[in-house]
Design a binder for this molecule. Sequence first.
Ligand code: HDE
Length: 768
Amino acid sequence: MTPNPPTDDGTEDESFEEDPPSTATGDDTAEATDETVEESPDETAADGGQPGTSDGEVVDAKAKQRQLDEVREDGSDEFLTSDHGVRISETDNSLKAGQRGPTIMEDFHFREKMTQFDHESIPERVVHARGTGAYGYFQPYEDPDLGEYDDISEVTKASFLQDPAQKTPVFTRFSTVVGSRGSADTVRDVRGFAIKFYTEAGNWDLVGNNMPVFFIQDAMEFPDLVHAIKPEPDDAVPQAASAHDTFWDFASLKPEITHMLMWLLSGRALPRAYWMMQGFGVHTFRFVDDGGESVFVKFHLDPKLGTNELVWDETQKIAGNNPDFNREGLYDVIEAGHELEWEVGVQLVEEDEADQFDFDLLDPTKIIPETEVPVRPIGTLVLNETPDNFFAETEQVAFHPGNVVPGIDFTNDPLLQGRLFSYQDTQLNRFNSANWDEIPINRPLAERHNNQRAGFMRQEINTGTASYKPNSIGDDDPAEASAAEGGYEHHAEKVDGRKIRNRSESFEDHFSQARLFWNSMTDHEKQHIVDAAHFELGKVDRMQIRERVVFDLFNNVDHEFAKRVAEGIGVEPPDTPGDEIDDHDREDPSLSMANRTPETIETRKVAVLLDDGVDAEQVETIRTALEDEGARVTIVSKLLGDRTAASGDPIEADEAHATTSSVLFDAAIIPGGRDSVDALSEQGDATHFVAELFKHKKPIAAVGEGVDLLDGLDLPDVDLADDGDGTVSARGVVTTRDDSSLDSVLDAFVDAIAAHRHWDRDPKDVRA
Ligand code: HDE
């Protein structure tokens, strides 16, 4: 567990002690609760009519950690014991009848140790098996600009969204979807972005993804989708990949998948880091206010450090170099004290305005374009603590879109409706018990009282005789709560229809938003999608599947796009656009990642390449300048241990070429020092490191003699600084031969890193 990182003013965050947040939800509720105090159970009345937490304290950023502290166990400076508390005298040898004799059944320590081991695995999640998690908090903004609404209480009564002084603890789990628990992080896939908000009114799970749409429109199709995309059933190949016949066979027969395919083929599917991707609730949900009125809402999370991707060749190499790249990255940055932040936003649509769109709000294959409804920021999500125990916390956390709190409700999106069944059901498979909510990571902060008493692994000891309602023996407690007392009441939507097993006509347009996405891409993003399609469909053996994807799907999105894909996969390109094409030229700038790269290098990893004879003063200046900007600097050399600088001082290498690779860095810099640069120029590992960075469009800087190393590589279309010329910056390559220009080189290097990647390097990327 990392200590709580300091707040902006450098103090430990203990705001909950100094300034307890109010739990009231505004004047309206105060009035309502006054009326109900008399009838309320004591503990509810004591808290002004709002639900209370199990430890009787208000919810603050640290409330979940305090609850977890009660079950944390630390064996340091303690004796080894059995599970039942008996001290163990010897744990390496089983109890035998004679030194070379058979093991004796009475060896309780052996039996216990082995039984625990035999049973220590649980089923992995059927999807999203591979993941990692972190703790943090959500905090509402002071005065969110909600457009036509003055206040968030006008749209929702959700108590944790009201008070800007209150921090609600969260646990967030990021995941890939397709791969099994041990698969590589950097595969082409959707990423899960699931957040458990431990609110004072119970747990709210926002079980979202990093893409705002989904593959299918109805939950009924989900088992088919997952069977198709998972490894094929005969040989269980390929792992964690959609590039195979069964997925594209299914896709080619499901036009509704087309919009999602565009996202999946884009750089969105290769996030640079979990904290550099957007999050989306995907479905349209409802906000419900105190008076029971509802508005439709889409949830968005926008990362403060930008939405950035890796390039394909890099992901392949990272998968070998460090399959835990995204998982380890999340731990590393949080342990290094970075606070990872997302702006939480909502798109709000009045019920009577829902018909104005040319798509159905209940269709999860559609976005609400930000050009039509802006995202209104309402608060911030911060992740700042790592778990102590992967199994207890990250593996056992169990999300469920059905976990909602008053003020948040569902819609009839048929995908969402099906999820409301599936998640409870799948937890029963994973935990073998309905008591999975009692596992510490899943336990709410809000008090729990009900008549559930039993089941495998029941933890709570519920007292009293009556475990039913109505009862007279226990005064009919626990009591049902009215809405004013915080009782959850489903939005009273009027529903009247015939039972029918088909799909609404309003779900029929499968291509116009796929085209909106394509239109909104820059040239290099379009090229990424085409290259991805060449790989994915190139791995499909059956020609009729490739043809169907080109003709039945892509040619209805954009004719040029379909032709470019066809050319690379041996399919005869279509002559004319598809019959179902909606030939519009609308764009939504928010869809392009190129518009989502803020000017920051915080958390970026920069390698300093050096050998004996390096200019130590330059290395120090470089390190300080980059670390001041929040980057992480690593000295990379041929071997681990100390190098000797020109000054005679030792410089310790953090990594050697044997232990790392260029693909694990965002940028590199080569400081001066004649001997150092001459040595590096002779080392294949060092020159490969730099050439590969260049290939992956990453910034490179060189100072003084360091420029000679780049000279030797003959990088295409890059003008290197001549003697005395000072700084030259072209295509993200920043150099100076003049040591006195180091500061301006570093400024330009910081800008080049903030730009993320230099897409103009590869001629293929500038193709229209
Ligand atoms: Fe999930 N999904 N899903 N899903 N999903 C699961 O629940 C399911 C969908 C998402 O970190 C499972 O606990 C169905 C959309 C995330 O633990 C399972 C349907 C979105 C996670 C399940 C969907 C998601 C899951 C597997 C179609 C984005 C990981 C293990 C109707 C809005 C949660 C588990 C974690 C996990 C079912 C579609 C996101 C089987 C039936 C759409 C982030 O219950």
